[in-house]
Design a protein around this ligand. Structure first.
Ligand code: PMP
Length: 398
């Protein structure tokens, strides 16, 4: 039965990890993967998470099934993080949330549900976008196209191009938007631009799907929710996926959620019943542990404050690595100005390095980056920063 099966293409980023692991050089650096490492190159276990985990382990709870849509305390905490604790939408029963297996799981449930709801719609993702966006929506059966986003010349957003494209879309088109910390470019819309996108969605009858994978990694929990808040103030219905992989450092626990804003309480009940069907036929109900940890942290004023401080620490360290990299490249005498790296937001930077330059970094220096020139700033630390800066300066000169 498997004789004719072809080899699927390797995931570009996971493939990079395999090559990195096989590299014997002690100076090697992996800037490819989207994971936050501390200054010692380790994935942190946040103290707030550890405390919530200890309480949970001590309680010695049985391992029953969760409801199909997951942990109610968790879902409610997710809504408050996204929409603000005083959100009228939450109070009106206009928001449904289902715990999901990471941000990826949330996107997948949302995509499957949208396919049932509106099978002929097209999906539009930013050019470029996180690679899995296209694959996820295509595997749900959609045709996926790009809207213009990154402008290599300005290293910012081609907002005129983006707007012109969105204005030409058919009603019902699904547009996937990075709510903050755009992956892979680090270039975000400003508040006024978000306002314009909201207005276009309203005029054209588009279906916004906000992907929030890095809340708190740019400016803070509420500051990074400006896009979500702009949509929530508009009266539009929309989808939002949340991931707690990065901001709670809970990658392997697979903690995320799908939230949907509806027109009212009655609609919410009907929509939730349909989303539950999608979940039931995929994995029945989500796992308990990760969601319980997030809910535990957010339910305790003390742990929440501790988490926010730890999140600020991660954010500040990434910022320090951004400015550190800019300065260290400058200190090599490199003619090219890299100050744009300090302006980009979140974990990633589009460095402008070509695929050939990325290849030389790997071969000669053991520094691994994605062939598009994307690097993860959170993989830099005070020990490897100068080495990486010198390598970048060297490949640019070559
Ligand atoms: N969306 C974006 C934009 C991402 O960068 C990521 C993670 N790299 C995800 C979603 C998925 O998050 P998770 O790992 O929680 O599935």
């Amino acid at each position: 039965i498997f004789a004719a099966v072809e080899m699927a293409p390797r995931d570009p980023i996971l493939g990079l990890n395999e090559a990195f692991n096989a590299d014997a050089r002690t100076t090697k650096v992996n800037l490819g993967v989207g994971v936050y490492f501390d200054d010692n190159g380790k994935i942190p276990l946040l103290a707030a998470v550890k405390a919530a985990e200890e309480t949970r382990v001590k309680a010695g709870l049985p391992r029953g099934y969760q409801p199909i849509e997951g942990n109610p305390a968790y879902n409610s905490a997710v809504q408050q993080l996204l929409l603000g604790k005083d959100s009228a939408l939450i109070a009106n029963g206009q928001v449904i949330t289902a715990q999901a297996l990471g941000g990826t799981g949330a996107l997948k449930i949302g995509a499957d549900y949208l396919k049932r709801l509106n099978p002929d719609a097209k999906v539009y993702i930013s050019d470029p976008s996180w690679e899995n966006h296209r694959a996820l929506f295509e595997s749900a059966g959609f045709v996926v196209e790009n809207y213009p986003y990154y402008d290599a010349a300005t290293r910012g957003v081609n907002f005129d191009g983006m707007k012109a494209c969105l204005k030409g879309l058919n009603a019902g088109s699904i547009i996937v938007l990075h709510a903050c910390c755009h992956n892979p470019t680090g270039a975000d819309l400003n508040d006024a631009q978000w306002g314009e996108v909201v207005a276009i969605c309203q005029e054209r009858g588009l279906v916004p799907f906000l992907d929030m994978a890095y809340q708190g990694f740019a400016d803070g929990i509420d500051a990074d929710a400006v896009a979500v808040r702009a949509f929530s103030a508009s009266g539009l219905q929309f989808f939002a996926s949340s991931s707690f992989s990065k901001n709670f450092s809970l990658y392997g626990e697979r903690v995320g959620a799908l939230s949907i804003v509806t027109a009212g309480k009655d609609e919410s009940a009907r929509v939730l019943s349909q989303v539950k069907r999608v979940i039931r036929t995929n994995y029945s109900n989500p796992p308990t542990h990760g969601g319980a940890l997030v809910a535990g942290v957010l339910a305790s004023a003390e742990l929440r404050a501790q988490w926010e401080a730890e999140l600020a620490g991660m954010r500040d360290r990434i910022r320090a690595m951004r400015t550190g990299l800019v300065d260290a490249i400058k200190a090599t005498g490199c003619a090219q100005d890299f100050s744009f790296v300090a302006q980009q937001r979140g974990m990633f930077s589009y460095t402008g390095l070509s695929a050939a330059q990325v290849e030389v970094m790997r071969e000669e220096f053991g520094i691994y980056a994605v062939s598009t020139g994307r690097i993860c700033l959170a993989a830099l630390n005070t020990k490897n920063l100068d080495y990486v800066a010198k390598a970048i300066a060297a490949v640019i000169k070559a």
